[in-house]
Design a protein around this ligand. Structure first.
Ligand code: ADP
Ligand code: ZN
Length: 743
């Protein structure tokens, strides 16, 4: 007899290591140990949750350890999803086990077992409920008693009834249920329940709009691609209010009719209420949402609904790119220019970029939509790597708003007399107003009247923002808080001056100027509670607020037809950041803010307060001229050697001792330089230099910027460095591929 050859599997563990590992599967587990499932494995002296990637071969099995148990009944992922995750791990140079862990909803991740008994803890409970169904048995009804007959009749007419509902209706009825079940008249089943994030909301049905000519042209192209079922990447460049969402909805409708599923990525939770609402009004059941506002339990339930094929449309923030949705026919990335598609820690992936990768693997249509696309997207169009669909006009012929600049030289107040007058006029004609300011808090910061020192954070290199209603100065990075106004920490002077204005200050000033106006403020100070976003936005939607004041949170995708005036308090605020994208961001931000005005029947008006509005980013936004902005910005990128003319990576280091960080940064830079020369790689190394925010949450930060026209060379350099670097340092090091946050 030939002994059966042992079963070996390849397992990824969620630890910072590039390798995967081979394990033996004991005979009792061979049926269960399949790719895509989690297994409990011995690792070093510990026990860990690992992920089965594939069946494997190994010449020498004598050194292999056995897995302890298989944790899932069904695979969590399909083979093609595992292939996608392998791609992600390799591109971002991130351990596959950690990628897989990131891809799972928080509720499902089991913690490493600490005890020797292999106990596992920390998983989210799957909840079940008992339901009763009519059985096949026939029995003499007379012998049952009145209550049992009533119970039986209800269940027969309803098909199935949860036990909890029966108790509510009939009071204690366990004996009757037991009897009916015993007679075969009823069956009892345990049913999985999914927590429903929409439970409090009802939606009115909505039907597809008659498209205008531009929308129709765009839609037809998309439908043709859908019918071919092949990878087709498109940029849908449509001005604000041009009806992009309507195009998504109708394209998705076609995909569903063709039996394919849809994945929709949106930037942030603040955007989701309105957009999700529009989807739910258009499509019947089968919508799952995934975003950070859900509880772990809800998230896990949504994830399982998707895995089971119970949701055909998935809408979510960046992590939804990892949703276990099969048979994807279309991926929509709404507001593709948004920085929040990039994950800022751990696996630093960009969901916008990954949508193209997953779309290619799934042979899907990918639609990147924006009124202000990324410079790199427009360049990809020029290069023929992305198809272009334009919606150059607003729907129903609504004109773009007119933008006037208000020169702020010599004006001390936050609201200029001209903006004040425009506010009064608008309110008198029953219009609504949005006031935009990209700073929360009351004063930007406090400055000593005596020695002119600003109040700064002891942990971070930033000034503290003064919040008047809380009576505190707060660090917006680490939350360091001091009572304020206090005394100057440098010279002890008790007099501190307020400098600059935040949203809280603007609200205060507006309430003084316009005591009758109904004002709401939306920034991260007023929206921390669950559902608070939606509540604030509802005040605008139902007309119970006249003025909405807010930070960039209000610039995104909201459609309030009543808004006829938009005021921008400090037009150049975002322009002078030490970041090569600051012009692009400013153009995007201003265009989006302007786009909130005049989406209804009354034309919109924008007043932009600024000291110096001459920069091309501001001028192009004022003229709604994205072509001119693209031309000028591309020129700047070419000269400075930034994307799309170079690929970037950042190697960032941080630690609590400045000296140690500096030493390690120098060692790292030297090693990189050595590898670069050895392998003749065309990569430019800049730094190490202190990060613009050189101290953050008590940690000193340095970084090395890697630039190259060759993605392959850049990756090679980092991969070789990862394999050669000396471990055992207290300094934290991480790689950020295609960095977005340059601070
Ligand atoms: P965008 O996503 O480009 O900002 P939306 O899709 O939100 O634009 O459309 C703006 C508004 O116009 C929405 O209220 C939408 O229902 C409406 N709309 C879209 N397309 C049409 C159309 N063809 N005819 C009439 N109204 C439309
Ligand atoms: Zn701080």
């Amino acid at each position: 007899m030939i002994p059966a050859s042992p079963v070996i599997i390849e397992v990824a563990v969620p630890l910072p290591m590039e390798k995967t590992f081979h394990y033996l599967v004991p005979d009792t587990l061979t049926q269960q140990a399949q790719p895509g499932k989690r297994v409990f494995v011995p690792f070093g002296g510990r026990k860990l949750t690992g992920y089965v990637l594939a069946l494997a071969q190994s010449a020498d099995t004598s050194k292999l350890k056995e897995i302890i148990s298989v944790l899932d009944d069904d695979p969590l992922w399909t083979d093609s999803e595992l292939e996608f995750f392998r791609w992600v791990a390799s591109y971002y140079l991130h351990p596959l086990g950690e990628v897989l862990k990131t891809a799972l909803p928080a509720g499902i991740n089991l913690q490493t077992g600490k005890g020797s008994d292999g106990t596992i803890s920390g998983g989210q409970k799957i909840r079940f409920e008992a339901v009763y169904l009519a059985g096949d048995g026939a029995a003499p009804m007379r012998a049952l008693g009145a209550k049992a007959v009533e119970v039986l009749e209800l269940i027969r007419s309803e098909g199935e009834v949860p036990a909890a509902l029966l108790r509510k209706r009939f009071g204690a009825c366990a004996p009757q249920l037991k009897r009916l079940t015993g007679l075969g008249l009823l069956k009892k089943q345990e049913r999985e329940i999914f927590r429903d994030p929409f439970r409090e909301e009802t939606v009115e049905r909505d039907t597809p709009r008659q498209l205008n000519l531009h929308q129709q042209t765009a839609l037809e192209t998309l439908l043709t691609c859908l019918d071919k079922r092949e990878f087709a990447p498109y940029l849908l460049h449509g001005v604000t209010g041009s009806g992009k969402t309507e195009v998504y909805l109708q394209a998705i409708d076609r995909a569903l009719h063709r039996g394919m599923n849809a994945l929709v990525l949106v930037p942030e939770i603040s955007l989701t209420p309105q957009l999700v609402h529009r989807f739910r009004a258009r499509f019947d059941d089968g919508i799952a949402i995934l975003h950070s506002g859900l509880s772990d339990g809800e998230r896990y339930d949504e994830w399982r609904r998707i895995r089971r094929g119970l949701a055909r449309i998935v809408i979510g923030a960046r992590s939804a790119i990892f949703a276990p949705l099969e048979n994807i026919g279309i991926i929509v990335v709404d507001e593709e220019h948004e920085a929040s598609f990039k994950q800022a820690d751990g696996l630093r992936y960009n969901a916008r970029d990954l949508s193209l990768v997953r779309g290619r693997m799934e042979q899907a249509l990918v639609v990147l939509g924006s009124a202000t696309p990324l410079i790199t997207s427009l360049y990809a169009v020029e290069q023929g790597r992305l198809g272009l669909l334009s919606l150059p006009e607003r729907v129903r012929g609504i004109p773009m708003p007119t933008v006037e600049t208000v020169a702020m030289q010599g004006i001390k107040s936050t609201i200029s007399p001209r903006l004040h007058r425009a506010l009064e006029e608008t309110l008198a004609s029953k219009g609504q107003v949005i006031i935009f300011l990209n700073r929360r808090g009351y004063a930007t910061f406090l400055v000593c009247a005596e020695c002119s020192q600003p109040l700064t954070c002891p942990n971070c290199t930033v000034t503290l923002t003064y919040h008047r209603s809380r009576g505190q100065s707060v660090c917006h990075y680490c939350d360091y808080t001091v009572p304020a106004p206090g005394t100057c920490p440098s010279c002890g002077c008790p007099e501190l001056k307020e400098l600059g204005a935040g949203t809280e200050r603007v609200e205060h000033d507006l309430r003084e100027l316009l005591p009758q106006a109904r004002i709401v403020r939306m920034d991260s100070d007023t929206t921390s509670g669950r559902g608070s976003h939606a509540r604030l936005l509802n005040h605008m939607a139902d007309g119970s607020a006249d003025i909405l004041i807010g930070t960039q949170m209000i610039t995104k995708g909201h459609d309030f037809p009543g808004v006829t005036l938009v005021g921008v308090v400090n037009g150049e605020a975002s322009l002078h950041m030490p970041d090569f994208r600051s012009a692009e961001r400013t153009f995007q931000l201003l265009s989006q803010v302007f786009g909130r005005a005049g989406r209804g029947d009354t034309p919109g008006r924008v007043l932009l307060q600024a000291l110096d509005p001459s920069h091309y980013a501001i001028q192009c936004a004022i003229n709604h001229d994205s072509t001119d902005f693209y031309r000028q910005e591309l020129e700047f990128r070419r000269e400075a050697g930034y994307p799309p003319f170079a690929y970037l990576a950042v190697l960032a280091l941080s630690g609590t001792s400045e000296q140690t960080v500096e030493q390690r940064a120098n060692t790292t830079a030297n090693l990189l330089m050595q590898i670069k020369h050895e392998l003749a790689l065309r990569v430019e190394l800049l730094g190490p230099a202190p990060s613009p925010l050189y101290r953050l949450r008590g940690r000193f930060r340095r970084r090395i910027l890697l630039k190259s026209a060759s993605r392959a060379d850049l990756r090679r350099l980092i991969a070789v460095w990862l394999s050669r670097r000396e471990p055992g340092t207290t300094v934290r090091e991480f790689i950020d591929i295609d960095p977005v946050d340059m601070m």
